[in-house]
Design a protein around this ligand. Structure first.
Ligand code: FE
Length: 136
């Protein structure tokens, strides 16, 4: 990655700060196992933040049950919070999704989602910190 992000840290700093699972996803573009991650079945209201830099990324309002075993959303919380790039690894062409503030890898974007967007942001739970909505 040559692009500059507003939150940039060395590999060692990230390694020290993040959980092993978060480091593997955010900084090494790893993928966690389907159906064996924290949020794929989470249906509580709240906001999913970047586990690297804390930026608000996705809302429970846009989360849906894709059946994939990964947390899936039809759109980000706002257009500016995620960026995409073409990913030609694993013998296929996919669209990679990362945090616009720290560059941390979040997951992939597919065009088989439900209306109104037709999009599926397929994310790794380890890249996210969920903060439940507080009712008062
Ligand atoms: Fe981030």
């Amino acid at each position: 990655m040559s692009k500059k992000y507003s939150v940039e840290k060395s590999r060692d700093e990230w390694k020290k700060e993040l959980s092993e699972a978060a480091f593997r996803v955010l900084r090494k573009k790893g993928t966690e196992p389907a159906f064996n991650n924290d949020y794929f079945a989470n249906d509580k209201p709240g906001i999913y933040h970047c586990a690297g830099c804390g930026q608000e990324l996705f809302s429970s309002e846009d989360k849906y049950k894709s059946g994939s075993g990964w947390p899936s959303f039809t759109r980000p919380a706002s257009k500016e919070v995620v960026e995409t790039e073409i990913d030609n690894t694993m013998g296929m062409q996919r669209i990679e999704v990362h945090c616009s503030q720290c560059g941390g890898h979040l997951g992939h974007l597919f065009k088989d989602g439900p209306q109104p967007t037709g999009l599926r942001y397929c994310l790794n739970s380890a890249a996210l910190d969920f903060i439940a909505e507080v009712n008062n």
